[in-house]
Design a protein around this ligand. Sequence first.
Ligand code: SF4
Length: 324
Amino acid sequence: MNVNTAAKITQQLLAAGHAVAATDEEADAIIFNTCCVRNTAEQKILSHIALAKQLKRQKPNLKIAVIGCLSAKRKINGVDILLGTDNAMDVVEKLGVAMQPLAPEANATAYIDITYGCDNYCSYCIVPYVRGHLRIRPYDEIIAEFNQVKDTAKNIYLLGQNVNEYPDFPKLLAELAEQPGDFNLHFLSAHPKDFDLETIKVMARYPKIAHDVHLPMQSGCDKILKLMNRKYTVTDYLEKVKLLREYMPDIHITTDIICGFPGETDEDFDATVEVVKQIKFSAAYIFPYSNRSGTVADKMSGQVPFHTRKARATKLVEIMRKMS
Ligand code: SF4
């Protein structure tokens, strides 16, 4: 989603005659498009912003803009423009550039938002607090954007925190896959609790839908999945993997896994390792659990020491590396 927003802002500024500066020192404006899903991302961006503020002391006309979810989470002093995710595009006008109705750039990859925000409140996740409630993008808007990109983009991604919450997602997917054009259709991300057989059947039926799915498992232990408020069990997850492989033997399944979630014992972690070995994902994004203030998990008892979280993540990364 951030890649998509950044590309649209860049396109507006380039169309108005601006250029991308080679270095911060040469820039008239620095735009930080932020993510605060993980604590390390937040700390990194704060140190980059501090450097930009130092630069501004030598170059008072430099404009600093901070957009995206970090701006919704905390107050940031000493910057010129501060905008959340919903109005991030307003940065263009706030920099004194009039927005123009531009056709999306002829890129090999195009991203189309189909939903915004999230109401699932997974107990570790800050997204519902910084991106707001689930909003469904009007169907006509999705189709209009799709028609603009389908002749130039090779890969088109439908985006949502949980695309399966789009009303009748399989129908939307099928309708887009029926359109003429030489494109591959993808979607990001699916949610194991809502990802259904109908979607799998549509994926298998239409050649333009890529046989890849990102299905974040997060843990291979039911106790931890419950604490995470994920609303599926390991058995449910395995069943979806089985169906995917039945309908599409060449399917690429990727996932996300959090290691060292509060309450996770060595045995719970071992259960995750076993499921990972059993499923044989094409790739997995494995992270030590990151506390986010304001979330339910941050206040849970049984917080796992950071070195244990890290050691488990390192072990799982190594197992995945060997398997892939
Ligand atoms: S579904 Fe995804 S975005 Fe929504 S709360 Fe859960 S992890 Fe966060």
